[in-house]
Design a protein around this ligand. Structure first.
Ligand SMILES: *[C@@H]1O[C@H](CO)[C@@H](O)[C@H](O)[C@H]1NC(C)=O
Ligand SMILES: *[C@@H]1O[C@H](CO)[C@@H](O)[C@H](O)[C@H]1NC(C)=O
Ligand SMILES: *[C@@H]1O[C@H](CO)[C@@H](O)[C@H](O)[C@H]1NC(C)=O
Ligand SMILES: *[C@@H]1O[C@H](CO)[C@@H](O)[C@H](O)[C@H]1NC(C)=O
Ligand SMILES: *[C@@H]1O[C@H](CO)[C@@H](O)[C@H](O)[C@H]1NC(C)=O
Ligand SMILES: *[C@@H]1O[C@H](CO)[C@@H](O)[C@H](O)[C@H]1NC(C)=O
Ligand SMILES: *[C@@H]1O[C@H](CO)[C@@H](O)[C@H](O)[C@H]1NC(C)=O
Ligand SMILES: *[C@@H]1O[C@H](CO)[C@@H](O)[C@H](O)[C@H]1NC(C)=O
Ligand SMILES: CC(=O)N[C@H]1CO[C@H](CO)[C@@H](O)[C@@H]1O
Length: 360
């Protein structure tokens, strides 16, 4: 227990150290994580002074859903849009984020927070990616990797792409992968070392009587990672987090839940539906423009998501219970409707298109 708390505070410290860039930009462009239309902010946001203007193209970024080592398997040299067996597939849908914030016992130097005492609920839209396990790294055992991101929105699912703010670098309230990977610089050898662990060791089984549905569950736990500090501080990893928006506790800033060790993750999956549930209780800190506060709160959260297969953006389909030994297998989508390109290729493509538009 003591070890866990220690790890949690280490994680918290590094959340503080590694997140401010995102928090800064969040504050820099105001309330844009909410697209509910209650704010009169225009889509074109600007820094005070007007030196920087972000024009929101609502481009939904999903590249961070895959651990970075997937690039070793999904990028074909010279043919970035080529199909590979590790592309996986996407589910999109609605999500809900329910939480209760409790103050910790106060003392002489600490008067508590101005957080609401009533339970809160945030409606979100989200995207999940599911892909087959890659041959390396060899220490991973989950039969599939799951990545999930969700952001606050009142939009309907048909408007999911538009609901995403590309200007808000902190737009995702939730961004988690069942595998955490990192690249770490080792002084002694003057080299980068790559690593990955199954942050959630998934228990996968057939769901009840239905051989075309699996259920999975596990506990998010990165406490076994050797040098949590270096890794958490290293690039990219800090994106794995849950946070409650800054407006929640008026002046306190975002409530940051870094790697949510101890959180329960479970769900069900068929070839066209994914349900996901993530719940936990943690001591979380705050982050805002003025840096970390001393204050911490006890947050109990429960996130649920129901997504349907996104055939427009997936090059693979899922087979559940169809094959002999494995409950879950991945195959190339045969549908002619699949207009697929790898996310990176889409990005390049969209930049090209954007450049063209700019020159027309
Ligand atoms: C008072 O609470 C703050 C915030 O939780 C904590 O950092 C500090 O150590 C506490 N002081 C004492 C004397 O317990
Ligand atoms: C806590 O409240 C007391 C009484 O209102 C005040 O004197 C003190 O400055 C406050 N402490 C902090 C850290 O805000
Ligand atoms: C990915 O490719 C790089 C460069 O070839 C290699 O060093 C690294 O070990 C690979 N990682 C995995 C997980 O396969
Ligand atoms: C899509 O979302 C944007 C931004 O919230 C909104 O302005 C637009 O009306 C929505 N379109 C539809 C069809 O709902
Ligand atoms: C399995 O199906 C049978 C017959 O349809 C039903 O009686 C039984 O309750 C089901 N069991 C479960 C665990 O759903
Ligand atoms: C997941 O866990 C929650 C409670 O944490 C439970 O209500 C739900 O039924 C579980 N879902 C599955 C598919 O096991
Ligand atoms: C899912 O499987 C069912 C048959 O079990 C099939 O009718 C349906 O088309 C499949 N959906 C996808 C997206 O492949
Ligand atoms: C948070 O508060 C709940 C309810 O009081 C309690 O059960 C839980 O143990 C607390 N969590 C932590 C990490 O202290
Ligand atoms: C995340 C993503 O790439 N979404 C795309 C899915 O497909 C539709 C239709 O082609 C695009 O508009 C989205 O941008």
């Amino acid at each position: 227990m003591a070890t866990m708390l220690l790890c949690q505070s280490i994680v918290l410290i590094f959340v503080f150290l590694s997140i401010p860039a995102g928090v800064l930009s969040r504050r820099g462009n105001g309330d844009s994580s909410s697209d509910s239309g209650t704010s009169s902010d225009s889509d074109d946001s600007s820094f005070s002074g007007g030196t920087y203007v972000c024009s929101d193209d609502h481009k939904l970024t999903t590249t961070g859903l895959q651990p970075s080592y997937y690039l070793n398997y999904t990028m074909v040299a010279g043919d970035p849009g080529a199909y590979t067996d590790w592309n996986g597939l996407y589910f999109q849908g609605e999500a809900s984020f329910d939480y209760v914030i409790r103050d910790l016992p106060t003392n002489k130097t600490y008067n508590g927070t101005d957080c609401p005492k009533d339970p809160g609920s945030i409606r979100m839209l989200g995207i999940a990616w599911v892909g087959p396990r890659t041959p390396t790294p060899p220490n991973l055992h989950n039969p599939f990797t799951l990545g999930f991101q969700a952001w606050q929105s009142d939009n309907s699912i048909v408007n999911i792409t538009y609901s995403y703010s590309s200007c808000d670098t902190d737009v995702n309230l939730l961004h988690l992968k069942t595998t955490v990977d990192w690249r770490e610089y080792v002084h002694e050898t003057n080299r980068d070392v790559e690593g990955a662990i199954d942050a959630v060791v998934l228990n996968v089984a057939q769901a009840g009587n239905d051989s075309h549905e699996v259920q999975f569950e596990g506990v998010y736990d990165v406490s076994g990672v050797r040098s949590t500090q270096t890794i958490f501080a290293s690039d990219g990893i800090h994106k794995d987090q849950i946070h409650i928006p800054a407006e929640t506790c008026s002046t306190m800033g975002d409530i940051l839940i870094g790697w949510p060790s101890g959180a329960m993750l479970n769900g069900t999956m068929t070839n066209d539906t994914l349900t996901l549930s993530i719940s936990g209780t943690t001591i979380a800190g705050f982050g805002d423009l003025n840096g970390p506060h001393d204050e911490q709160v006890n947050v109990t959260f429960s996130i649920t998501f129901t997504g349907t297969y996104d055939s427009a953006n997936s090059s693979q389909v899922l087979h559940v219970g169809a094959s002999d030994q494995s409950l879950v297998s991945f195959e190339k989508a045969t549908s002619a409707a699949v207009a697929w390109a790898s996310p990176r290729w889409l990005l390049i493509l969209s930049l090209v298109v954007a450049t063209r538009i700019a020159y027309v």
